[in-house]
Write a protein that binds this ligand. Structure first.
Ligand SMILES: NC(=O)c1ccc[n+]([C@@H]2O[C@H](COP(=O)([O-])OP(=O)(O)OC[C@H]3O[C@@H](n4cnc5c(N)ncnc54)[C@H](OP(=O)(O)O)[C@@H]3O)[C@@H](O)[C@H]2O)c1
Length: 394
């Protein structure tokens, strides 16, 4: 029986993980959960899964949840909150495996704590690898525990890498759906609405990652994520647009062989792979190969999608540059979702924050969080500058 803690249990990855757990009750048990603001979701999960600890983001919400659980006669469960709460979930002594699926840098301290506590971590929260990949992967190596990718592309690469040795790898190919604006002329980017940007062609995910997929920043983050997970330089990670999202990614070896992984576009499959690694177990997620008609590929357009270029540049420079990349993106995406800036203004805000940051190596999570806060301040100032003249002219 594998005992599981989930960071971000009320989100898209969290709920998919619980769906996998539900399908294999003889294999998996939930011991700790961390949610954010979704109190109803957290309450339902407490009732259904009876974890030993359940954390929510705010202290006031934790109080409300305790009362609701008491009224419902649900006992024997500790309710925690904030970063201390997520760390408690991530390091729970009964947990063998931690799914890291909080969105953004809000999941960083708990993910790092899980790795440091010697847990096997299934990692969906790519932003924490973008911000602190060196520290997290160094700690995982020190603990002798794998970081198992849940992100479908990296999960595919992980599977392909089982076909050769690391020193035989020529290149990692990350496929990208291209997002909803693959065929939209750049001249129309200024009028893209939030609703259009949230309409991803192949995947149903949380809002942040969906907007990041529309700008291709998500793919940029994945390049950095791949560098940390597989210890390859950015120059060895190539992005290939593949609108069908059938091939989840590929590895090219020095002899010219290319191994590709394809399967249904269902996140439960990479989650199941990570939870059962190094085993593979029976599932009903079948891809109909007989119905496969064609696969299209083309290189990404970095002029139309400058976020991908920014990510490569930040990855090459390292240090606080990738921290700023993620922090400014998080702030810019939130501003776009609130209607404060236009879709085509997102890359410029990120670029300014990245340029202002430095490339010194960060030695600790505290330093990462300081660099993150600095980049957020810079991005917010820039957003104000961008949005204010427009507000004044209305
Ligand atoms: N969705 C996918 O298919 C997919 C694929 C690959 C990688 N990923 C990565 O996986 C991560 C999660 O993505 P998602 O799509 O599942 O996002 P999501 O649906 O927005 O879920 C985010 C989760 O994080 C929780 N959360 C947010 N802030 C928190 C905080 N301060 N403290 C504790 N919990 C907090 C949310 O709680 P509440 O909802 O309760 O507020 C929710 O449970 C992201 O890093 C994303 O890039 C996702």
């Amino acid at each position: 029986m594998k005992r599981i803690a989930i960071l971000g249990s009320t989100g898209s990855i969290g709920r998919n993980t619980l769906s996998v757990v539900e399908s294999y009750p003889e294999r998996f048990q939930v011991v700790a959960l961390a949610a954010g603001k979704n109190l109803d979701g957290a309450f339902e999960q407490a009732r259904r899964w009876k974890p030993r600890v359940l954390s929510v983001a705010a202290e006031a919400d934790a109080d409300t949840l305790r009362k609701r659980l008491k009224q419902a006669g649900i006992s024997g469960l500790e309710v925690a909150h904030g970063t201390a709460g997520t760390v408690k979930v991530a390091t729970h002594p009964d947990a063998d495996f931690v799914v890291s699926a909080i969105v953004g840098v809000g999941g960083l301290e708990a993910t790092y704590a899980a790795v440091k506590a010697g847990k096997t971590v299934g990692i969906a929260n790519k932003e924490c690898l973008v911000a602190a990949g060196e520290l997290i992967s160094a700690e995982a190596r020190k603990q002798g525990k794998p970081l198992l990718p849940i992100d479908s592309e990296h999960n595919a690469v992980h599977q392909c890498l089982r076909g050769g040795k690391m020193n035989e790898v020529e290149r990692v190919w990350l496929t990208a759906s291209g997002g909803p604006f693959l065929n939209t002329p750049r001249s129309e980017f200024a009028s893209i609405t939030v609703e259009q940007a949230l309409n991803h062609p192949t995947w149903r995910m949380g809002k942040r990652i969906t907007i990041d997929s529309a700008t291709l920043m998500n793919k940029g983050f994945e390049v950095i994520e791949a560098c940390h997970l597989f210890h390859v330089p950015p120059a060895k990670v190539e992005v290939l647009v593949h609108p069908q999202s059938t091939i989840h990614s590929m590895v090219e070896f020095v002899d010219g062989s290319i191994l590709a992984q394809f399967s249904v576009t269902d996140m439960r499959l990479p989650i199941l792979y990570a939870l059962t690694y190094p085993e593979r177990i029976q599932s009903d997620m079948r891809f109909d190969v007989g119905n496969l008609r064609h696969l299209d590929f083309c290189p990404p357009d970095m002029d139309k999608f400058p976020c991908l270029r920014l990510a490569y540049e930040a990855a090459e420079a390292g240090g606080a540059k990738t921290v700023a990349l993620n922090a400014a993106d998080e702030v810019a995406v939130a501003a776009f979702l609130e209607g404060a800036i236009r879709f085509d203004e997102i890359p410029g805000i990120i670029e300014h924050a990245v340029v202002a940051s430095n490339s010194d190596t960060l030695q600790s999570i505290v330093e990462v969080l300081e660099a993150d806060a600095e980049a957020r301040r810079y991005a917010r100032k820039r957003i104000k500058k961008t949005a204010e003249p427009r507000a004044a002219s209305v």
